[in-house]
Design a protein around this ligand. Structure first.
Ligand code: ASP
Length: 304
């Protein structure tokens, strides 16, 4: 058995702001990333490679709030966060506040595999990238007109629901189970539009935005990072399975439909367990998401 699920962010453009052409573009982006990761698993590759390549594909797509399409900080820059984890030995790597790395998820993986550390920030992460031979891109690589317009709305003091919703839409992530029975999870983001510089969300924090443990599940989150950190969402789901006797669907629902809304935390998660069970749950209007189990059909959804 093997399986893969991915997300392109919870929150979702309000239905009224999404036209057919836009919806087709998002669906195509999700389908492309799904097929990249699925092929890795189908050909016997590891869950770690599957989530890495899935997230790289989404980071390269300007529609999503990660890599190329990252949102802007209040002062008009792009600061990117990413993390990755595998479930057999609980190895993990993460970077936060990087500004010149094309694919932050690859740097997070390098931190896991080529350093003694789990989380490297800002200049330290980029200096490490230099020693690993990573290609650097100018900040202009992350400029997209749509994200700039979103920043201008926030700067103008627009507090309408649609402005606040788009402020954090588009974070990407993937979870996978490979034929060898190993789980992995990866998450990458530009954070939230108009965030204060050097603000770090849940996405690069192991246990908050990302977690993988072969004894329970692999989880990748998207949503209002501050609440996800306080709730330790990804680890909470894994712990409910491991210590509380919950199955994957129960654990996910208790956290996403219980703990998070109780603290006004909007967002969702994708998760997979060692049997290949996949759950994608959210308390927002929608979540860009896709999944495919070994031998099964691809599923791609945006709204409920
Ligand atoms: N969780 C991300 C953050 O707070 C944003 C998101 O997933 O929409 O940085």
């Amino acid at each position: 058995m093997f399986g893969l699920a991915l997300h392109g962010g919870a929150g979702t453009l309000p239905r009224a702001d999404m036209n057919d052409a836009q919806e087709r573009r998002y669906r195509a982006g999700l389908a492309q990333a799904l097929s990249v990761g699925y092929e890795v698993l189908e050909s016997g590759g590891t869950s770690l490679d599957a989530v890495t390549q899935t997230v790289v594909t989404l980071e390269n797509n300007p529609l999503f709030n990660a890599g190329h399409g990252a949102v802007f900080t209040l002062d008009g820059r792009n600061e990117l966060d990413a993390s990755i984890m595998e479930g057999s030995e609980l190895r993990a790597g993460a970077v936060c506040g990087v500004t010149h790395i094309r694919n932050p998820i690859e740097l997070a993986r390098a931190v896991m595999e080529r350093s003694d550390f789990v989380l490297l920030a800002g200049g330290g992460a980029e200096e490490f990238a230099l020693t690993c031979g990573f290609e650097f891109v100018p900040q202009s690589y992350f400029f997209t007109a749509a994200r700039w317009r979103q920043l201008e709305r926030i700067r103008s003091g627009d507090t309408s629901l649609s402005a606040l919703t788009i402020a954090h839409v588009g974070t990407v992530g993937a979870v996978a189970l490979d034929r060898g029975g190993c789980l992995a999870a990866a998450t990458s983001t530009g954070g939230m539009t108009g965030k204060r510089f050097n603000r770090i969300g849940d996405s690069p924090l192991i246990g908050a935005g990302t977690y993988a443990d072969n004894r329970s599940c692999a989880v990748s989150c998207s949503g209002h990072g501050e609440v996800f950190i306080r709730t330790a969402v990804a680890h909470d789901i894994a712990a409910r399975m491991r210590f509380g006797g919950r199955d994957l669907a129960q654990a996910v629902r208790e956290v996403v439909l219980g703990e998070l809304p109780a603290r006004n935390g909007e967002g969702g998660v994708i998760a997979i367990d060692p049997t290949g069970e996949i759950v994608m749950e959210f308390n927002s209007e929608g979540m860009f998401r896709a999944s495919r189990k070994g031998g099964g059909e691809p599923h791609i959804h945006i709204y409920r």
